[in-house]
Ligand binder design. Structure first.
Ligand code: ARG
Length: 459
């Protein structure tokens, strides 16, 4: 189609390296929508006739149907989706098809199409994250008072509630959604009408095409508009952080479901067996979510490297922007869906959780706090005395709440039996009512607040 000055056809290897149709065919809906907007604008501006514009629109609608029915044949020799659609349009409507590309280049065309595609992908992922948050918040309401061990350094630290732990991931997902929303807001400027790089001599109405395609405004600089791939990079960066968050939770599921911890059980829906060991229940979905983050970060690094050092304006290098991004965003959507499914599926072993929560002297901080509060001791002294009591308890092999009062008084004579009230895990979590703390009443309120918020989004 651009062959006016070419006398021989490209080498087979040239076709092989040049063709992008296997990847950019996924832009067909966006390509057709953008072409329709462009043709309507050309007619409104008197650049093409209304009859030609009507033929073009009708032909493009036919092509959309053909592609969706699966009757359209993509031809690799036509390089990309833009040429495939235009070629078919020529077959369908004849010479009028040749007027569609007036005042347009594949450079502004592909930037426009891919922005629209990325925008749709952001919207899909945002919905999936909202469903994930809802599943977490619902579970958090059910388990607002379920006590589990909280860890730092993967060592038992202090008792927390399972609901509180789940809500931590709701907050992460909220920031993830915020990053995606920021990327969406910034990407929403239309490249269409920038043409190859310099703009065009035709009297375009770029506002009109921008608004027809749901953009906020046309991009201001034609050189920038055709060479900008920030929208892919930003979305991939947001996707990579989201995937990192999912991988952290996935890892926790792997740990929790291990017989060593046995804090949580996944049903047969989200586990697989072993072909040799009949007893196995492997958390494969969680392991795969943990692993798939590699592909998403990989796509971000790959595109950063593609873009590094590229001079203005369009360079063919940029054609490499789609494959990794499309794979990464599909992978992310699948990972979010898998995590949502696992959240709904998981059953905590509440008895085991409570027992584990009390192991490892997890209420030692509560003891120290009691000394501060009741004996008006500086926290540092309380910390040291509690350390001495823990050492003694460890030696005797007893948990803190089973230590004889006399043994504690041997270390700090002013301790009374009131201390036992704070040494249970239930009392411990109940006392942590500070803003953002793990107390069941905080957790219940926070979970319900999230559910109301998600409900109001209508998402
Ligand atoms: N397939 C190309 C891409 O995805 C479209 C733009 C090609 N432009 C060009 N002048 N060769 O980047």
């Amino acid at each position: 189609m651009w062959g006016g000055r070419f006398t021989s056809s490209p080498d087979a290897i040239m076709d092989e390296i040049n063709a992008s149709i296997d990847v950019d065919r996924h832009l067909y809906a966006q390509d057709i929508a953008a072409s329709k907007a462009h043709a309507a604008m050309l007619a409104a501006q008197g650049i093409i006739t209304a009859e030609d514009a009507a033929k073009i629109a009708h032909g493009l609608d036919t092509i959309l149907l053909e592609i969706e029915k699966g009757t359209f044949t993509f031809d690799r020799a036509l390089e990309d989706v833009h040429m495939n659609v235009e070629n078919r349009l020529t077959q369908l409507i004849g010479p009028a098809a040749g007027r569609l590309h007036t005042a347009r280049s594949r450079n502004d065309q592909v930037a426009t199409d891919f922005k629209l595609w990325i925008r749709d992908a952001i919207d899909r992922i945002d919905k999936a994250l909202a469903a994930y948050q809802r599943a977490l918040a619902e579970k958090a309401v059910d388990h607002a008072a379920t006590v589990m061990p909280g860890f730092t350094h993967l060592q038992t630290a202090q008792p927390v509630t399972f609901g509180h732990h789940l809500l931590a991931y709701v907050e992460m997902a909220a920031r993830d959604r915020g990053r995606l929303a920021d990327a969406r807001r910034r990407l929403n400027e239309s490249p269409l009408g920038s043409a190859a790089l310099a703009g065009t001599s035709f009297p375009l109405d770029r506002e009109k095409t921008a608004h027809a395609l749901g953009f906020d405004r046309p991009a201001a600089n034609s050189l920038d508009a055709v060479s900008d791939r920030d929208f892919v990079l930003e979305t991939l960066a947001a996707a990579a952080i989201t995937a990192v968050h999912l991988s952290r939770f996935a890892e926790e599921i792997v740990i929790w479901t291990s017989p060593l911890a046995a804090l949580v059980r996944l049903s047969d829906k989200f586990t697989t067996g072993s072909s040799i060991m009949p007893q196995k229940r492997n958390p494969d979905a969680a392991e795969l979510v943990r692993a798939k983050v590699g592909r998403i970060i990989g796509a971000l690094s790959a595109l950063l490297i593609v873009m590094k050092g590229l001079p203005l304006a369009y360079q063919k290098d940029m054609q490499e922007d789609k494959e990794g991004a499309m794979d990464a965003l599909a992978t992310l959507a699948l990972s979010i869906a898998a995590m949502t499914g696992m959240v709904r599926d998981m059953t905590p072993d509440t008895a085991r959780m409570k027992k584990a929560a009390g192991e490892g002297y997890s209420t030692a901080t509560d003891l120290a706090d009691w000394l501060v509060r009741n004996l008006n001791m500086p926290f540092r002294d309380a910390h040291r005395i509690t350390g001495n009591i823990v050492a003694k308890a460890t030696e005797a092999g007893t948990p803190l709440h089973r230590m004889p009062l006399a043994a504690m008084q041997a270390i700090e004579p002013r301790i009374t039996d009131g201390v036992f009230e704070v040494l249970s895990v239930d009392r411990s979590v109940k006392s942590r009512t500070s803003l953002g703390g793990t107390a069941p009443k905080n957790v219940r309120a926070a979970a319900k607040k999230w559910l109301r918020k998600l409900e109001n989004e209508g998402g």
